[in-house]
Design a protein around this ligand. Sequence first.
Ligand SMILES: [Zn+2]
Length: 265
Amino acid sequence: MLLTHVKFDEWPAKALREMGAEAVEGVGAWEDLLLVHSEIFLRAAKRAGERPLLAVAVANAALGKRQAVFYIGGTMMAGPHAARGGHFFNAVVYIARKLGAAVVSIDGHFPRGTWEAHMEYKFPLYLIYGGADGPPQRYIHRRGHKAVAIPMPPGAGDRSFWLAISHVLKAEGPLAIHLGFDIHREDPTGHFFAGEYLFYKLGEALRGRQFYISIECTSTPKVFASALGSLLAGVAGRGAEPAPGEESEEALREVRRVVSSVFKK
Ligand SMILES: [Zn+2]
């Protein structure tokens, strides 16, 4: 289920390979990028050397599976025309377009590239992001094509995130997911308080489903190992469900209000 490329040498790729991830070899084709990205984008991506093609190879290997969690260095900031944040291939949008899947984004950041791709390709989109980072909910709901936005208030933790995610996972069919570990309580940004409970519950809810997760913000090696471990335990049904951590009641009330306004009827 875990995949990365054999040639990626940054620590999250090494950590994944140490956890037994499949080390994909070989390269994809520049034409594959055109399913998501424009010729203008391609010219910028080519300056990053072969890295975008290694990412394509990992995405293609993931597509050969029913369930995959992969790391290619982040994907969510890569839009149809603009490569930013060092993201040179939006593998999540690529997979969503190949499979007709819905896209779910769970990260402290707003996935700007994926949002731009949604405006162009109109795939179903569910956004759970730090409210301080992204546009207001009403903007997304007005401009998007039935996109669902759940901005999370600072201090949101296990129960808040699970409330939002459990509603979003009612979307049917395969899911292409951006997942960031910067929502973890031990992430240095300190905005959110999700932990082992949330990642386990997410994994448990995905058990038996067809899904493709791109690891986005990796946080620290300790958070990475712990959050990913809980996610995989949830998918496998291994170990006991962790208890939810503490969080602000005010944040939870706010998320309840937002979720009930989005999912009324
Ligand atoms: Zn992030």
